[in-house]
Design a protein around this ligand. Structure first.
Ligand code: 5GP
Length: 120
């Protein structure tokens, strides 16, 4: 079930540096860090520093256009930084059927191995 829009998640603790994360990219609006349970040689999560109601993509509103573009563009920057010139995948899981587990929007960047299509 979806969590309330203002409910804190583990990612708030990472943003506040209350728990450690392996940060690979950061600017004023977004943070990118390695997933604790990587599903590929490169597996990075890209999140907005301010959630602003974006528990997941399904909650997006027009006011989020800029941050949504920023998240996706950061995936491109980090893919280049990680040397994923042969390709990569970005994923946004949403809701129970999308296997979302953390209700603070995040883009998964996966690479370093051959991906499969369709995903499971
Ligand atoms: P979701 O399933 O919501 O799309 O993705 C959540 C991701 O967050 C999972 O891939 C999970 O491994 C990752 N994750 C959960 N807790 C932590 C944590 O404390 N640190 C890091 N680096 N990743 C986490």
């Amino acid at each position: 079930a979806a969590a309330p829009a203002d409910a804190p998640t583990i990612f708030d603790k990472i943003i506040k540096k209350e728990i450690p994360a392996n940060v690979v990219y950061e600017d004023d609006k977004v943070l990118a860090f390695r997933d604790i349970a990587p599903q590929a040689p490169t597996h990075i999560l890209i999140i907005p520093k301010v959630k602003d109601g974006l528990t997941g993509l399904s909650k997006a509103e027009e006011r989020h256009f800029e941050i949504l573009g920023h998240l996706l563009y950061t995936a491109k920057l980090v893919a280049k930084q990680e040397g994923l010139e042969d390709g990569f995948r970005v994923v946004i899981n949403d809701g129970p059927q999308g296997c979302q587990s953390v209700y603070h929007i995040h883009v998964h960047l996966l690479g370093g191995r051959q991906m499969n299509w369709p995903p499971g």
